[in-house]
Design a binder for this molecule. Structure first.
Ligand SMILES: Nc1nc2c(ncn2[C@@H]2O[C@H](COP(=O)(O)OP(=O)(O)OP(=O)(O)O)[C@@H](O)[C@H]2O)c(=O)[nH]1
Ligand SMILES: [Mg+2]
Length: 402
C-alpha cells in the first residue's frame, strides 16, 4: 500500500526540556506512528478511539512515550525532552514519508491562511507565543478570538450599505491602534541620552529595577550603547543607555558618542536627561559640541530632537512634553536631591535616581507618550503590517486616507 503524506511538527520549544511533543498530522500519520509504536497494553494505536492516551515504547531503542490520538489523522507523541529522543522520533517519521514543518507553518495551515481573516487568527496565535506580558497577551488573545476580523467585517458591511462615512470613522480609529498593535511583540525602544554624568545609567537601573548598567562618578563611564528589556505598566519596552555627550578627542569615547547619536536616531522615544546640579548652558553646550563630529545626514535627522539653547524643545515653546512631533521627546532633570544650579525652563520631569523621587512619574510619562489611551478590553487591534495595509486599502477606497 502506498504511503500517505503527513506533517511532522515539533510543538514544544527546540532544546532541552522535561517532555517534548511531536505531532504527526495528515492521512498517513496514524500508520506511520503505529509502525514504530509498541503499546504497553492490548489496545493498538490503529484501534484506539480518538482522544485516548496510550503508553508504550517507540523506535528500536524503545523510547518511553505517551501517544495521544487526537482525531482521525492526528496523533501527538510525548517523549523525553532531550534532543536525542526528539530527533529519533522525527527521523523515524520522516523515513515513513512525513514532512517536518515549523509550528508556525502548521498553525497557518490549520487556520486556512489563504483567507485574510483566518490568516489574521493564525498570526494572532503565533504572536501570542511571543507575547512578553499578560497585558499584550490579553490583546492578542482578543484578536485570536476574532475581535479584529469582526470589526473589519462590520466596517466592510457599512461600506456595502452605503455608510462610508461611518465606516471611515471606525476604520480610522482602528488604524490608529496599529501604533500600539505593532509593539505588542516588538518592544518600544526608549533611549536615555544626555550630557556626561547626568545620571542616565542610574535612571536606566531605576526604571529596570536592577543594576544593569555601571554607574560611576567619573564622567564618560558608559561607552557602548546598552539595552535592557523590561515592561512598563505591562507594555514591552527596550530601554537603552548611551554614552554621555560632550566634545572629546578620545577615539574610544568618540566611537561611543557616535553610537549614542545613532541610537537616538533609531529610538521610538528620546528621554533627554540633565543634571540639575550643573548649569544648563554648560550641559547644552556639551550636547551641541558632541554633535559636530557626526555625519551630516545623521546630524540633520537628530537635530530636531535636541532641546533648544533656552531649555525648551524645538518648535514647542509652551508644551514641551508629549507634544506631537515625528519622534517624541521627554525632558528629565535629575539629581533633584542636590542643590539645583538651574531652574528648568521648559516642562520636564524632576527625578532623583538616588532617592527614587520622580522615577515612577517618568515611567508613567514614557507609557503615556508611547501608548496614549490603551485599547479597551476586547477591542480590535491590528498588529501586523499586512493588517495595517488592509485597513489603509479600505480607507483609500473610501477616499479617506490622508
Ligand atoms: N545625588 C545624586 N547623584 C546621582 C543621581 N543620579 C546619578 N547620580 C550620581 O552621578 C554619578 C553619575 O551617574 P551615572 O548614572 O553613571 O551617570 P551617566 O549619565 O550614566 O554618566 P556617563 O555614563 O558618564 O555619561 C554617579 O556617581 C551617580 O551615583 C541623583 O539623582 N542624585
Ligand atoms: Mg552612564
Amino acid at each position: 500500500m502506498s504511503r500517505q503524506a503527513f506533517s511532522i511538527v515539533q510543538l514544544t520549544a527546540v532544546g532541552r526540556g522535561a517532555v517534548a511533543t511531536v505531532l504527526a498530522d495528515g492521512p498517513g500519520a496514524i500508520a506511520a506512528v503505529n509502525k514504530h509504536f509498541s503499546p504497553r497494553g492490548r489496545i493498538h494505536l490503529t484501534d484506539c478511539p480518538p482522544d485516548r492516551l496510550l503508553v508504550g515504547r517507540f523506535g528500536p531503542a524503545g523510547e518511553e512515550v505517551v501517544v495521544h490520538r487526537q482525531g482521525q489523522n492526528t496523533v501527538a507523541l510525548h517523549c523525553h525532552g532531550g534532543l536525542a529522543a526528539v530527533s529519533m522520533v522525527i527521523e523515524l517519521l520522516c523515513a515513513e514519508g512525513g514532512t517536518p514543518v515549523s509550528w508556525q507553518q502548521w498553525i497557518r495551515g490549520q487556520h486556512d491562511a489563504g483567507h485574510d481573516f483566518r490568516r489574521w487568527r493564525a498570526e494572532a496565535q503565533i504572536a501570542l507565543a511571543h507575547a512578553r506580558t499578560e497585558r499584550t497577551a490579553a490583546i492578542l488573545l482578543d484578536q485570536l478570538n476574532g475581535a479584529l476580523e469582526r470589526e473589519v467585517a462590520e466596517a466592510e458591511a457599512l461600506i456595502s450599505h452605503g455608510q462610508g462615512a461611518l465606516a471611515a470613522e471606525r476604520l480610522s480609529e482602528l488604524l490608529g491602534r496599529y501604533q500600539v498593535g505593532r509593539h505588542l511583540i516588538q518592544p518600544w525602544r526608549v533611549v536615555l541620552a544626555g550630557p556626561v554624568n547626568a545620571g542616565k545609567s542610574s535612571l536606566l537601573n531605576a526604571l529596570a529595577g536592577f543594576n544593569r548598567a555601571i554607574v560611576h562618578p567619573m564622567p564618560g563611564a558608559t561607552r557602548d550603547a546598552l539595552t535592557v528589556a523590561t515592561a512598563l505598566d505591562g507594555w514591552p519596552m527596550e530601554l537603552c543607555d548611551t554614552a554621555g555627550l560632550r566634545p572629546t578627542d578620545d577615539e574610544l569615547e568618540r566611537a561611543g558618542i557616535d553610537r549614542a547619536w545613532q541610537t537616538v536616531a533609531e529610538a521610538d522615544l528620546v528621554v533627554w536627561i540633565f543634571d540639575l546640579s550643573i548649569c544648563w548652558q554648560e550641559q547644552h553646550a556639551a550636547i551641541v559640541g558632541s554633535m559636530r563630529a557626526i555625519d551630516e545626514p545623521l546630524r540633520s535627522s537628530v537635530g530636531p530632537l535636541v532641546p533648544c539653547a533656552d531649555g525648551t524643545l524645538p518648535g514647542t515653546k509652551t508644551a514641551a512634553v508629549g507634544a506631537p512631533r515625528s519622534k517624541p521627546v521627554l525632558l528629565v532633570y535629575n539629581k533633584s536631591d542636590l542643590l539645583g544650579r538651574f531652574q528648568p525652563r521648559g516642562l520636564g520631569i524632576i527625578t532623583s535616581a538616588v532617592s527614587g523621587a520622580g522615577v515612577s512619574t517618568l515611567a508613567e510619562a514614557i507609557v503615556a507618550t508611547l501608548v496614549g489611551d490603551p485599547p479597551p478590553p476586547g477591542a480590535a487591534v491590528p498588529f501586523t503590517a499586512e493588517q495595517q495595509a488592509h485597513l489603509e486599502r479600505l480607507l483609500g477606497s473610501l477616499g479617506c486616507l490622508r
